[in-house]
Design a protein around this ligand. Structure first.
Ligand code: GDP
Length: 452
């Protein structure tokens, strides 16, 4: 009796595991791209699958239950905090992503077809890893030594707008003799000054390539002392190390940064992902102008190198493993800020900006979906106008978004669209699907990765 009970149990367990699939999804984008808002909306859309646009589309019409895991998740995504901000009065946007975080969602689907009576229910577990896209910008560091990195930074600082943004810091760094004994207090002050410079690049000039990325987004578990290094602008690949010189102190920490932080992220996290959502705030740089667009292009090219498997195994060599991501959703975010007819153009401009690199990624075997998204729609359309509330103000404004070209001009020069700081729409509640643009398409794309 006992034996057969065991046997039944084993069969049942086997059916469960056969029925259960896992989708490991990365969600990333540069700071402010909209990751936190996106993940909050994604969980919300799934939790309310029976009510929103998902209810009517396959395979969600067979979705029986959705459970967002509250316990036993390491570094959980702060879903409840995000909901609290969005549903407060007045509504606030949730705090941005500054570290990696995780979401685990279990879905149960009814089986379909003739055998549905005898088949087990289909279970899908979606594991989401949310991480700052800036961390991917550090990939090129894997092929540099410290001296080469110094050369590169010296080049960047010679050109505008970084030259002006750096101001006196550039001269100070040029004045340091790499072979002289390092001064710990001065190094700490200079590291802070470098971090401030990176902040100015991001905030004042809309620049995206700000290295080392973890100076702005350290993440948890990084000893502050290990981040104490700066580029010595007079150093180069031929500089040599001598005891406790500026060069050797900075080089040792650079090596730690490169080998433990940068490589560590790829080894521990990135290598397990099989699908990736990459969010891009295209409207901000379109508004900020040519330099910001050019920098976004360079930054996204650097980010996309992590998904470019085509080039003679360079990536596999750098990473020392073969990445498994085979599907990439590449999305312009916050497109509710422009009119519905303009949304595809925003996505088109983004894809024009990234034309070559996207072709490389596709050529390397990754299937790319381009989708303009709004995770939470803050505007309403009224004729030619959009109506929305402004952050920090009461009442409503009615405005007409500026023009968006059908294609991005090669010169990257355009009339900037009218962009306003919008507050989230009022009345958001966890038990109702949030208003959005195309989140249902995105969720459907995610699930296509599973066999149901
Ligand atoms: P993260 O840094 O990538 O996590 O970005 P967040 O999700 O924090 O988004 C940054 C800011 O962009 C938010 O505070 C909002 O102001 C804005 N935002 C994000 N998503 C949307 C959206 O769908 N529509 C609108 N209008 N604004 C958005």
């Amino acid at each position: 009796q006992n034996k057969s009970a065991n046997w039944f149990k084993q069969v049942a367990q086997r059916a469960e595991t056969l029925g259960q699939q896992r989708l490991r999804v990365g969600v990333t984008g540069l700071s402010g791209a909209g990751k936190t808002t996106f993940i909050t909306s994604l969980i919300n859309q799934l939790e309310n699958h029976g009510k929103g646009l998902l209810a009517r589309r396959a395979p969600f019409d067979r979705l029986e239950s959705v459970r967002w895991q509250r316990e036993n998740v390491e570094q959980p995504f702060p879903y409840l905090d995000a909901l609290a901000a969005l549903s407060s009065v007045p509504a606030r946007w949730p705090d941005s992503t500054s570290d990696l975080s995780r979401v685990v969602i279990d879905l149960r689907f009814r089986p379909q077809g003739l055998l549905r009576k005898v088949q087990p229910v289909r279970q899908v577990r979606i594991d989401i890893l949310d991480y700052p896209g800036e961390w991917l910008l550090d990939l090129p560091l894997l092929q540099l030594d410290y001296g080469q990195w110094c050369e590169q930074m010296a080049q960047w600082l010679e050109q505008e707008p970084r030259r002006s943004l750096a101001g006196e810091l550039r001269q100070t760094l040029l004045n340091i003799d790499p072979a002289a004994p390092a001064d710990a207090a001065q190094l700490a002050a200079l590291k802070d000054a470098w971090t401030e410079f990176l902040l100015r690049c991001r905030r004042d000039a809309g620049l995206s390539r700000n290295q080392p990325a973890r100076f702005l987004q350290p993440g948890s578990g990084v000893a502050e002392q290990m981040l104490q290094f700066i580029p010595l602008l007079r150093a180069n690949r031929h500089s040599s190390e001598s005891d406790s010189s500026w060069f050797s102190v900075c080089a040792a920490r650079f090596n730690y940064y490169r080998d433990y932080l940068v490589r560590g992220f790829y080894d521990e996290h990135f290598r397990h992902l099989d699908q990736q959502v990459l969010l891009v705030d295209m409207l901000g740089p379109m508004d900020a102008g040519e330099a910001a667009l050019a920098d976004l292009r360079d930054a996204m090219e650097a980010v996309l190198s992590s998904f470019d498997y085509g080039r003679s195994g360079l990536l596999a060599r750098l990473l020392r493993f073969r990445p498994r991501i085979r599907r990439l959703a590449f999305c312009a975010t916050k497109v509710d800020k422009v009119s519905p007819e303009q949304q595809r153009s925003v996505q088109q401009c983004l894809e024009d900006l990234m034309l070559d690199r996207l072709a490389d990624v596709r050529h390397g075997g990754v299937e790319v979906l381009g989708l303009p998204l709004s995770a939470i729609r803050a505007t309403r359309q009224e004729g030619e106008n959009l109506v929305a509330g402004l952050e920090g103000q009461e009442g409503w404004v009615r405005y007409r978004p500026g023009s968006i070209p059908a294609h991005l001009p090669q010169s990257l020069q355009l009339n900037s669209p009218e962009l306003l700081p919008l507050r989230p729409p009022p009345g958001l509640h966890r038990s109702e699907p949030f208003p959005h643009y195309r989140m249902d398409d995105l969720v459907a794309w995610l699930i296509e990765g599973a066999q149901l």
